[in-house]
Design a protein around this ligand. Structure first.
Ligand SMILES: [Zn+2]
Ligand SMILES: [Zn+2]
Length: 357
């Protein structure tokens, strides 16, 4: 079946005439939410650092700080797309503040996320966030060992690793991209990378190990898990695509309304890929237009279903549109290519496929 793809610009041009002008203006009021998260984080950190609190109190506060770190990351993402303030220096400064807990600098983020992930989404070679294919797996003996484990074991490890993946991936991205900056800019990219690491490790010597675990380390793991909970569902159930078509290569998840409020509508990922420079405040409106125009192309499911589908499918792309479990010799569909999240049924590999793999 030949599929027709359209670029994100094509969708944007069809929807744009139906949107109000204000939807294309920055929304600085988003910063009030950010300020609230900053206050929660700082209050919690002072409480843990200054007082000898009971263990349970430390755990509860650590969760509150972690949830705030994650939400600040979502806001940092918006800010660095220029949807909160327009001035470049202020955008980068605020982006640095809100990404500080996640140890990511604004210049690196804009290069990795805005200029690469958004431009080349789900392009196997060019998207730094795209998951690997069988060809890549074959060249990586260390990974092959992991893929020899049964699917449920791999899923368990994959979900466990969500609590560190953002920070690990971000660190890897730094070393991939820092060389691509002009020599003049490289110094500031290095400073933006080292400053958060230095500050957070330096804090360890001020507050002592136990307090530090509760006021930074556990919150960092929680924040990683929350942001990766979304990020892992954004594209990993979708196929690799020859054209950057957000309706084919992205998934919008749905969460309860209050969660959308807390997370600045981060669940609207397909909408975000069509209008990355629009405040997420207006994404519910964009969603309406998408569902009116292209209901059969749009992928949307509750977050819990997306996570279940993620658990139940392997993470190796096969021919771009299927997911393969080389060990069990089973092939699964991707979104728009046979994946039915209500009943995930793989097909067995045929003889020819077995020979190749
Ligand atoms: Zn994305
Ligand atoms: Zn983005």
């Amino acid at each position: 079946m030949e599929k027709e793809f359209h670029s994100f610009g094509w969708y944007a041009s069809k929807i744009k005439p139906h949107l109000p002008k204000k939807a294309f203006k920055p929304v600085p009021a988003r910063l009030l939410g950010g300020l609230a998260y900053l206050l929660v984080s700082l209050t919690g950190m002072f409480a843990i650092g200054l007082y000898d609190l009971p263990l349970l109190a430390n755990i509860v506060i650590a969760f509150a700080i972690g949830a705030s770190f994650a939400a600040m990351g979502f806001l940092g993402h918006e800010i660095l797309h220029g949807t909160v303030v327009r001035k470049a220096w202020l955008r980068d400064l605020l982006g640095a503040v809100f990404f500080f807990p996640l140890l990511t600098g604004p210049k690196l983020w804009r290069k990795w996320h805005n200029m690469t992930h958004h431009v080349h989404t789900q392009n196997e070679e060019k998207d730094p966030d795209a998951w690997l294919s069988t060809e890549k797996l074959d060249k990586n003996p260390a990974l092959k060992v992991i893929y020899r484990l049964p699917l449920s074991m791999r899923a368990f490890l994959e979900f466990l690793s969500l609590s560190v993946t953002f920070t690990l991936h971000s660190t890897r991205m730094f070393f991939v991209y820092v060389k691509e900056f002009k020599p003049k800019k490289q110094l500031s990219v290095w400073v933006q990378f080292l400053l958060p690491w230095a500050a957070w490790t330096g804090l360890l010597f001020f507050v002592g190990f136990t307090s530090w675990v509760f006021l930074f380390l556990i919150p960092l793991l929680i924040a990683n898990a929350i942001v990766m909970g979304y990020i892992s569902t954004n594209h990993r159930l979708n196929p690799h695509v020859p054209v950057n078509d957000p309706l084919a290569n992205s998934l919008s998840v749905t969460v309860p309304k209050w969660v959308d409020v807390l997370h600045f509508n981060f669940s609207y990922h397909t909408e975000h890929h069509i209008f990355p420079s629009m405040s997420s405040k207006y994404y519910p409106l964009v969603k309406k237009h998408i569902k009116n125009n292209w209901p059969e192309r749009y992928h949307e499911m509750p977050m819990s279903n997306a996570l279940k589908a993620l658990w139940n499918t392997p993470r190796v792309y096969y021919n771009g549109v299927e997911l393969i479990d080389p060990e069990a010799e089973l092939v699964y569909g991707s979104l728009g290519n046979g994946l039915d999240h209500e009943s995930i049924e793989p097909r067995p590999m045929n003889e020819k496929e077995k020979k190749i793999n």
